[in-house]
Ligand binder design. Sequence first.
Ligand SMILES: *Cc1c(COP(=O)(O)O)cnc(C)c1O
Length: 407
Amino acid sequence: MPATGVSKVDRFSIPDASGHFGPYGGVFVPETLMAALDELERVYAAARTDPEFQAELRHHLAEFAGRPTPLYFAERLTHHCGGAKIYFKREDLLHTGAHKINNAIGQALLARRMGKKRVIAETGAGQHGVATASVCAKFGLECVVYMGAVDMERQALNVFRMRLMGAEVRSVEAGQRTLKEAINEAMRDWVTNVRSTHYILGTAYGARPYPEMVRDFHRVIGVEAREQILAREGRLPDELIACVGGGSNAIGLFFEFLEDPGVRMTGVEAGGRGIRTGEHAARFAGGRLGVLQGCKTFILQDPDGQIELTHSVSAGLDYPAVGPEHAFYRDTGRIDYAYATDDEVLDAFQLCSRMEGIIPALESTHAIVQGLKRAKALAKDKVLIVNLSGRGDKDVQEVARLMGKRL
Ligand SMILES: *Cc1c(COP(=O)(O)O)cnc(C)c1O
């Protein structure tokens, strides 16, 4: 089925020169950060077309991160659903356990180019913090990671991994003590130390040039997937499915297919305990236009514009705003958005582990839930690619607790 509402998409025409994806995106930061953002934009624009930079990036992606990742046919899950073929793009096999390393390597190389020897980052589930700590160790950069106190408790293993690799992890005690507050603290640090410090933002979010730059560092996912599915099936897939926190793994997979109207795309948000309960992070199901942490986009907020509390079983999707490029493609109808609830995710987490021998990250499991639904609804000659953005090792303890098991 061709995607609906799609006229000709020129994926390179957005963002525009002011960093806008249609009405979304832009630059909403304190004056002190403008020079740093301009410098980053300049350095990135040069690196993007510099064959030496691109060769260096490819080298580290292959040797350090483990690219290319396989495209894996989930044979037993496919038979279980009885419909469309399900493929997994195996970003879970990358070094440090998730797609995050693609972007962390790219931005660490840019920090080096800018002569900045100190790196800061925020982290929710801890995956971006671990990826950043890892590249900072590798490139000899000082690393400070901000993490909400609640997330530090939920993801204690990742906190210890970061510290082992030499990063300083700073606990954030403000507000809901999760990702949003960690980003606030990181931005505060950046304002203070902007001359010496590069901020490695972990998703396709924030002020220009971050959404576009982070997207570009993840485009390799879709470039590989396209080549792999053509080699395997001799044609393009019918549908791509990926979970959406800020939206980096999803746009990384989707971007290469945006101009193929026969390829449907679905981003999956965190439905938490259900949209009606208000305990979720499905921005497109309950959000409105607003400004948060550098850009204009869909945000979960109350009628007074106060940011609402969010909930998800997966820390990596537990964020009240969504990347501006997703908001744009949702308006144009090019990308569809769905959500998966905590309960659906816990079921699919166990099903995938049992039937494929792959323990997926809880974030990625949101995409699997949607993949299973679509596979059941579509005929056997259809082909789906589900982005397995990360592995579930970090989540095993939390899932055991939710299942009422003691380890
Ligand atoms: C961080 C994370 C996500 C969510 O971030 P996006 O930028 O939306 O991709 C998804 N999956 C995993 C495994 C993560 O670590």
